[in-house]
Design a protein around this ligand. Structure first.
Ligand SMILES: Nc1nc2c([nH]c(=O)n2[C@H]2C[C@H](O)[C@@H](COP(=O)(O)OP(=O)(O)OP(=O)(O)O)O2)c(=O)[nH]1
Length: 144
């Protein structure tokens, strides 16, 4: 079975993370995800994510870390390997090119959304590691 590798960005700002709602024109319409997309041939996961975020949200991001990947079988023939990265906003003004809506959520609000199935373990990991990630962000901001 083919496993499709997909990167996604956990973009943090002021102790909140950016969550995006898939539009009716996309697969999994109306469900919430972390923005990103499929890795193209010859592309590194990081390059893919930077490209996808530019395409989808018109901003550039800096990647500062990652969480563990999660594999989810949407069907017998479709397995997604979702690879989450911890990111901060680099430059540009946010514009929704593909998504229907975005929300900036605090830790306690994370579980209130109707997430795509592949994201559920990632949301759980994010919840559990939230304070650690905030420390990484403080450290990154001190150095940059
Ligand atoms: N980007 C992203 N995709 C996700 C998440 N969770 C999840 O199940 N997916 C699925 C939805 C899609 O089947 C697949 C990613 O495809 P996509 O349509 O967003 O990516 P893409 O822009 O590269 O796709 P394409 O239209 O060029 O084929 O992964 C997530 O958090 N972020």
């Amino acid at each position: 079975m083919e496993v499709v590798s997909v990167t996604c960005a956990l973009i943090f700002l002021d102790q909140k993370v950016l969550c995006a709602q898939r539009s009716e024109a996309m697969q999994l319409p109306g469900l919430w995800e972390f923005p990103g997309g499929k890795i193209e041939k010859g592309e590194s996961p990081e390059d893919c994510l930077i490209r996808e975020i530019k395409e989808e949200l018109a901003i550039s991001i800096n990647i500062i870390g990652s969480l563990r990947s999660n594999e989810h079988a949407y069907s017998d023939v479709k397995v997604i390997r979702l690879m989450p990265f911890i990111c901060v906003w680099g430059s540009g003004k946010l514009k929704l090119v593909e998504h229907q809506e975005v929300k900036w959520l605090a830790k306690e609000e994370l579980k209130s959304l109707n997430w795509a199935q592949a994201d559920i373990p990632i949301v759980e990991d994010l919840y559990v590691n939230w304070n650690n990630i905030q420390e990484q962000l403080v450290e990154y901001n001190r150095e940059n």
